[in-house]
Design a protein around this ligand. Structure first.
Ligand SMILES: [Zn+2]
Length: 61
């Protein structure tokens, strides 16, 4: 099974060709988010539930 890592913002799916992306790591996975959506990560992380595996854990924690 081939797993292709796409370099896209986890919120808006914009690629690194469209916007600069910030790389994050969480539980061994690499995540990328664009500067526009950094505030989501900081202030509204519940919006990431369903987009990021384990997001419910860092929302609760
Ligand atoms: Zn974005």
């Amino acid at each position: 099974m081939e797993e292709k890592k796409e370099l896209k913002c986890l919120v808006c799916d914009k690629s690194e060709q469209e916007v600069p992306l910030i790389m994050l790591t969480y539980k061994g996975n690499e995540l990328r988010i664009c500067p526009q959506h950094m505030p989501v990560l900081i202030h509204n992380p519940h919006q990431l539930i369903g987009k990021v595996d384990g997001a419910d854990e860092f929302v609760a924690g």
